[in-house]
Design a protein around this ligand. Structure first.
Ligand code: HEM
Length: 460
């Protein structure tokens, strides 16, 4: 430990006032801190001590729903400025959380993916058409941008029957820029300095938030303008499903908050995950080769396979590649927990009721339980036997407990199918000898990652 480190219940205390986080993505700064101070330490912030936890033992305790629950921390409170009491940012005791959760859960059961599958496939073809043209012209693709096009169009169409048409334009849909700026505003607002005037920054944020709200209105209007039979997609459920306990539907303001929540949560993290996965595949030819063997076994030398719903379940190794990607660079790199009552965790660390803890997911995913070389990309860590032998708390890319990600199956179905189709169709050429750089806007993505594509002959 650095000299003069203050201790609290046996853990180091790092005061942000005297030891501010270095510039750059907070996720990396926090990982660096954990390497200096250990997998558990307190970060003092405005006189308040937040427990940072990146080790399996503490996270296992924090996942105990009898003692801890989700903490809507300062950054998420800022996100509430534009997502209100939507599922992701709702406080635990807001009645609208439980109500929306109950009403929307059926749309995310595993069986529902069968219904989304054709739409996911349709959007995947938009991406392939675009990449085919780039491959033919020999121009590189901006991986994260195109993954964002694909995932935004997918959640728009699958969830809301709304077409963002992202591939029709050279520029990403303006929803994406406004969303990224709003998320960045929410993230950076927590570190504001008292002597700086943020008036203009806040005004720009307001304009972006208003624009997001106008897109939501457009999405809802497109559905309600023409009378139509009740659709059973997300928007249909939001507009018409009645809660069994009291027979009421979601209220108007809450529906808007849910639409914006799902448009953001439904695409931003999946696109980052896919971009990281392609990065890893481009760096690990032996892994790419195994993915290619897997898809070749399914689709042989068919030039334009149309994966079925069942095919996606058969892409087991491809799914392992995604899990290993989510282990090393979990797109949502942290989540907050809070003590439900006064309690003691770890070796005598006292937590008062309401006191927050932040789980560092990238550090948890590098806990010694992952072996001697946790930074190595190795999808065999997710072989079924290896998984069965490991604590279920060692891998938490989708959060934990009842506030865990509702869209997990949606994300994994979409991403597994796409990754399989891309590996089947292209050789991935790292023409710029890319050095991984992380960009963070609450969630993380590889920054400036481009690939050249060469059409592949299946079986090669
Ligand atoms: C919650 C990660 C994809 C919708 C969460 C949480 C995490 C997460 C870590 C918990 C946050 C917390 O505890 O504060 C991810 C990752 C994804 C992904 C890594 C992709 C790889 C999706 C998709 C959707 C979605 C595709 C929707 C279609 C949500 C919602 C919540 C949530 C609504 C809040 C749930 C609640 O509190 O009731 N996600 N997510 N996510 N996610 Fe995801």
């Amino acid at each position: 430990l650095p000299p003069h480190t203050e201790m609290r219940d046996g853990l180091p205390v790092v005061d942000l006032a005297t030891s501010p986080l270095p510039a750059g993505p907070p996720v990396l700064a926090n990982m660096e801190r954990a390497r200096t101070y250990g997998p558990a330490y307190f970060q003092r912030f405005g006189g308040f001590d937040v427990l940072f936890a990146g080790g399996l033992d503490l996270v296992t305790e924090l996942a105990d729903e009898q003692r801890f629950t989700k903490f809507v921390g300062p950054a998420l409170v800022n996100v509430r400025e534009f997502a209100g009491d939507g599922l992701f940012t709702a406080f635990n005791d807001e009645p609208n959380w439980a109500k929306a959760h109950d009403l929307l859960m059926p749309a995310f059961a595993l069986g529902s993916m069968r219904r989304y599958h054709p739409v996911m496939l349709r959007v995947a073809h938009r991406l392939l058409d675009t990449w085919d043209r780039r491959a033919a012209a020999g121009t590189p693709v901006d991986v994260a941008d195109d993954m964002t096009r694909m995932t935004l169009d997918t959640i728009g169409l699958a969830g809301f029957g709304f077409d963002f048409g992202s591939f029709d334009s050279d520029r990403p849909h303006p929803f994406v820029g406004a969303m990224v700026r709003c998320l960045t505003w929410a993230m950076t607002k927590t570190g504001r300095k008292p002597d700086v005037d943020y008036g203009e920054v806040d005004e720009a944020f307001r304009a972006d938030a208003d624009y997001l709200a106008s897109v939501v209105d457009e999405v809802i209007a497109a559905r309600t303008a023409v009378p139509q039979p009740e659709a059973d997609d997300l928007l249909g459920l939001m507009l018409s499903a009645r809660h069994p306990s009291d027979g009421t539907t979601l209220d108007k303001a809450n529906i808007r908050n849910q639409v914006i929540t799902f448009l953001i949560a439904g695409h931003e993290t999946t696109s980052g995950t896919l971009a990281f996965a392609l990065y890893f595949l481009s760096q690990h030819p032996e892994v790419l080769h195994r993915v290619q063997r897997e898809v070749d076994e399914l689709w042989g030398d068919v030039a334009d396979p149309e994966p079925t719903y069942e095919d996606v379940g058969r892409l087991r190794y491809t799914r392992q590649v995604l899990n290993e990607t989510l282990r090393l660079w979990p797109a949502a790199p942290g989540f907050g927990r809070q003590a439900l009552k006064d309690t003691v965790i770890g070796d005598g660390v006292r937590m008062r009721a309401g006191q927050p803890a932040l789980v560092s997911v990238p550090m948890l995913h590098r806990d010694p339980v992952w072996g001697d070389n946790p930074d190595l990309f190795d999808p065999s860590r997710f072989d079924p036997e290896a998984e069965a032998a490991r604590s279920p708390h060692a891998f938490k890319p989708f959060g934990t407990g009842e506030r865990a990600c509702i869209g997990r199956q949606f994300a994994l179905h979409e991403a597994t199918m796409l990754l399989g189709m891309l590996a089947h169709r292209y050789r991935l050429i790292d023409h710029a000898r890319y050095q991984l750089t992380i960009k963070q806007t609450l969630t993380i993505k590889p920054d400036g990652f481009t690939l050249n594509l060469i059409p592949r002959t299946p079986g090669e």
